[in-house]
Design a protein around this ligand. Sequence first.
Ligand code: SF4
Length: 354
Amino acid sequence: MFDVCWQMLPALQDIRALRRSLLRWFRHHGRDLPWRQTRDPYAILVSEFMLQQTQVTTVIPYYQRWLRTFPDFATLARASENQVLRAWQGLGYYARARNLHATAKTVMHKHRGNFPRKIEQIRQLSGIGKYTAHAVATFAFDQSVPIIEANTGRVLARLFNLRESIDSTAGRTKLWEVAQCLLPGSHAADFNSALLDLGAVICVARKPKCNLCPISTFCRAKNPAALPVRRSRPKTTQLVETHGFIVRGNRILLEKSHHRWRGMWILPRLELDSSNPAIVGKKPVYESVFPFTHHRVTLSVYHWPAPKRIGPRQKWLESIEHVAMPSPHRRAVDALLDADFLSAKPAAQRFPQR
Ligand code: SF4
């Protein structure tokens, strides 16, 4: 790795000047984020799980609500899966919530409630890869370990004009190496936060604000907007999913998902495509489109008669208030109740007699 440091980095005095410029900028312009006001590894881990795939502004209210509901590992470990998924509802990518729940149980049962400090031990916890392990180690324990995610990766790729694709193994390895070389031996948490914020507000993806950049004199990027280099993304696939809106009396039929939204309640799947005779001539009563990884999913909901016998994963429910439902399905139920059946608005949670 030290070969890379020698090849890639400016002279030692320049590295020190770069760190000073970045930290000075951070003291004046760093973002005031709630998880920066704590050194509690639990709170920091919650923020890191939420920030995977989700933007900061969306995460803040969820983070604050989550800490009120589950203030520590012990409370989270005791919660049911439904309570955890319900609290996560709206953030999507529910595997994160399940992993956080599993990690809380492991910390309580295997580490007696104390979050481990060694990177190798942190990485053995559910859903924690290199980035998350390093993030908790640096932000909670001020360990001098680098962090590479979208923002820091972009800054470093531009700063050193890296031409390798950042989603290749060689490109990722190089990024981690230059990040390690740049890192100061102390105050690593501030340095890592500064690099993150520079990527979030100055060295942004489309139009980097190089004229405002505190480290522009050290930057080697010739065409910053073209960096970082990435492999082309997989094409977006269109999917249509048909579900039934099935009510009987004051109850709605829901089904426990065991695929994408494992453990959450969804409208029952109809397993029909648009050419099926059972559906020909019928119009969906609700449609919406939502993204999922590299899919664009059309959710088509049909008003459907109640079955004589329900499936093993299905249940008639009078209230959905405390039920964990993925947002596209909850929005569908809310909209359908508003449109057809609504008498009073707790009706999103309770079903009127018909
Ligand atoms: S000078 Fe421009 S490209 Fe280079 S690090 Fe700063 S903002 Fe990014």
